[in-house]
Design a protein around this ligand. Structure first.
Ligand SMILES: Cc1ncc(C[n+]2csc(CCOP(=O)(O)OP(=O)(O)O)c2C)c(N)n1
Ligand SMILES: [Mg+2]
Length: 621
């Protein structure tokens, strides 16, 4: 990419004192507790907690340390819930899972040095995936109390800067409440993202007489001129519109569906937009709209027959990122309207005719005011084509290919049948994420989650725990590869300790199958992809959670039902057999990579394949 994601999100300046961040446009629509003033004499630690409570924080995820003990003690005193995790990667992923599920900023608290560096992968995931976080980060003593060679004396601010929208470095106890409030505001403003507040530990015990007002609301610009341009195009009722909706629409699902019905526009979504329209809606075509995504989306957005084509693409709250588009694999549509809360996303990937800088919800609400002019009659032929294309996808996906274990695609279809509509699914960085994006229908916003653009392996286990902690009545499951499990599996001990009833489905193929798929095609052998044979039953027992095993396709339904009925956390080893099941995303991406190779690269590539093809005993490891 030729741009810096952090700069794009703005608010980029590191604040010394409380100078931060250029004003990013605020997002409307998410209900937040109206915060009042922070008033009274208290310690810095108490001010942190009081501010978090006022901002509506339900839970802080993290691990205490010498520099943060004062803070954790204050949380207990003031009754602010917290969840102790086993590693700070989990702290950031838990806060991320919380934020995606609730729509509110997730909060983590970590110590300086290793606490910060451990948390960076998850904070980076939140940055690239537009998830609001507030990281409360300890720091070594500064100012008069500074001494050389303190423990954890890394440059916390410099470490956090590239993975956040902004960093507030607090220099005096009096600044604590304002810094945290501004961090909440900035995290949600415009395109959401993570913000850090770095507090030297000595300030937590200092006292101050606080009188801190609510943070200034960062305004929401609405580009009226471009909006009118967009309406001019949409009013051409002879043109068929297709909507591509992203995460920016998650809080405006009902109005988005209404707009789609007014326009009679088929709706495709990005991966993180899954759920903005119920997949059972007659206009929903599922994920993506190219050859990498659902067959239905491709057939409707890139049809063979010219009279069936889409004339206008209306992209709302979406970025056309590499993963969602299968390596920028977008069928050409003659006219493109792109709406986004962050100007830096507009027209960045796709040539755009009209770029509307606006919050998705505000745009949709305004567009609905033009209903009489935009209205199209239902097109029975289109609706029939969508229905037929979805049925064909289901038929193709229902074909069982596995022979020595469970079929992963059958798992995905069966899980959907068993899981309640409001159940939460956290899908990790396994090759099955692409199968799930394609074949797992989502019926409600904020119920399907995937670390889409940083692809941080191991994310699903802590992210699911973060959400389950504040949503005790909801069914929460993970779809986790065995490689991902080995990265964050220790966090399952937290489920056992707290009795958080997440169902951890671990796809055991003793391999990085994803890498094997990519490597086999390119090198005719695999390197560094084979994982340990594990005793999952012993592991579950050690972690204090229940255990189940599914070793064939025929046992999927009963196994998943048994897991869901289990009253506590349970680890389910699903022995999967991928065979060479077609994965549309991988095939589409491979085709595009090949097309982009230079003639010299292609020659070298083919020569290597040729020489390896005669090696009958390829060394795979
Ligand atoms: C932290 C991290 N390291 C490495 C990768 C590269 N990577 C992507 S998928 C994958 C393998 C995942 O293995 P597993 O969880 O077993 O799922 P499977 O590939 O078998 O479906 C790897 C190594 C990554 N995305 N994140
Ligand atoms: Mg695997």
């Amino acid at each position: 990419m030729d741009f810096d994601r952090r700069t794009m999100l703005q608010g980029a300046a590191v604040a010394s004192g409380l100078l931060l961040a250029s004003a990013a446009p605020a997002r409307a629509g998410v209900a937040r507790r109206e915060p009042g003033w922070i008033v009274g004499k208290m310690t810095g630690a108490m001010a942190v907690v009081e501010t978090l409570l006022q901002e509506g924080c339900d839970c802080v995820y993290g691990i205490p340390g010498a520099q943060e003990n004062e803070l954790w003690d204050a949380m207990k005193t003031k009754g602010l819930p917290y969840l102790l995790c086993t590693h700070e990667f989990s702290a950031s992923a838990m806060a991320d899972g919380y934020a995606r599920a609730t729509g509110k900023p997730g909060v983590l608290a970590v110590v300086p040095g290793p606490g910060v560096t451990n948390s960076l992968s998850g904070i980076g995931e939140a940055l690239i995936d537009s998830v609001p976080l507030v990281a409360i980060v300890g720091d070594i003593a500064q100012g008069e109390k500074f001494r050389p060679f303190q423990v954890h004396c890394l440059d916390q601010v410099a470490l956090l800067k590239p993975v956040t929208k902004g960093v507030y470095h607090v220099e005096h106890v009096s600044q604590i409440a304002a810094a945290i409030r501004q961090a909440f505001e900035l995290a949600m403003a415009g395109e959401p993202g993570p913000v850090a507040v770095v507090i030297p530990y000595t300030l937590l015990v200092d006292t101050h007489d606080f009188k801190t007002p609510p943070a200034d609301v960062i305004g929401t610009p609405f580009d009226e001129k471009c909006f009118i341009e967009a309406m001019k195009i949409l009013k051409e009722t002879r043109w068929r519109v297709g909507i591509y909706a992203g995460q920016g629409c998650l809080d405006y699902s009902e109005s988005l569906v209404r707009l789609a019905e007014v326009l009679q526009a088929p709706v495709a979504t990005s991966v993180s937009g899954k759920g903005v329209i119920p997949d059972c809606h007659p206009l929903s075509v599922g994920w993506g709209y190219g050859s990498h995504a659902t067959g239905a989306a491709e057939r409707i957005f890139a049809p063979m027959i010219p009279t069936e084509k889409i004339d206008v693409l209306l992209a709302i709250g979406v970025r056309f990122s590499e993963v969602s588009t299968g390596y920028y694999n977008m069928p050409k549509i003659p006219r493109v309207i792109h709406v986004d809360a962050n100007t830096c996303n507009l027209g960045k990937v796709l040539r755009t005719d009209v770029a509307v800088h606006a919050d998705a919800g505000a745009f949709i609400a305004r567009a609905l005011e033009f209903t009489p002019a935009l209205k199209r009659e239902p097109d029975k032929k289109l609706l029939d084509r969508i229905k037929k294309a979805k049925e064909d996808d289901l038929r193709r996906n229902s074909k069982i290919e596995a022979m020595h274990g469970a079929d992963p695609m059958q798992f995905i279809l069966t899980l959907r049948r068993v899981l309640p509509e409001d159940g939460l699914v956290f899908v990790d960085v396994t090759v099955s994420e692409h199968l799930a994006a394609e074949a797992f229908p989502v019926f409600k916003p904020r119920t399907y989650f995937n670390p889409t653009d940083n692809q941080a392996m191991g994310w699903s286990i802590p992210a699911a725990l973060g959400a389950q902690k504040v949503m005790p009545g909801r069914a929460v499951v993970t779809i986790t590869g065995d490689g991902c499990f080995l990265m964050s599996g220790m966090e399952i001990s937290t489920a056992g300790r707290e009795n958080l009833p997440v169902k951890f489905f671990i796809f055991d193929d003793q391999a990085y199958h994803y890498m094997q798929r990519l490597q086999k095609a390119a090198y005719l052998r695999t390197t560094a992809t084979i994982l340990a044979r594990m005793d999952y039953s012993a592991y579950a027992q050690a972690m204090g959670v229940g255990y189940l095993e599914i070793d064939s396709t025929s046992k999927l339904e009963a196994g998943i039902r048994a897991a869901m009925a289990y009253p506590g956390p349970v680890l389910v080893r699903v022995i999967v057999d991928y065979r060479d099941r077609k994965i549309r995303w991988i095939d589409a991406v491979a085709r595009r990579y090949l097309r982009e190779m230079t003639p010299a690269q292609t020659t070298r590539f083919l020569a290597r394949l040729g020489s390896r093809a005669v090696d009958f005993q390829p060394a795979n490891d």
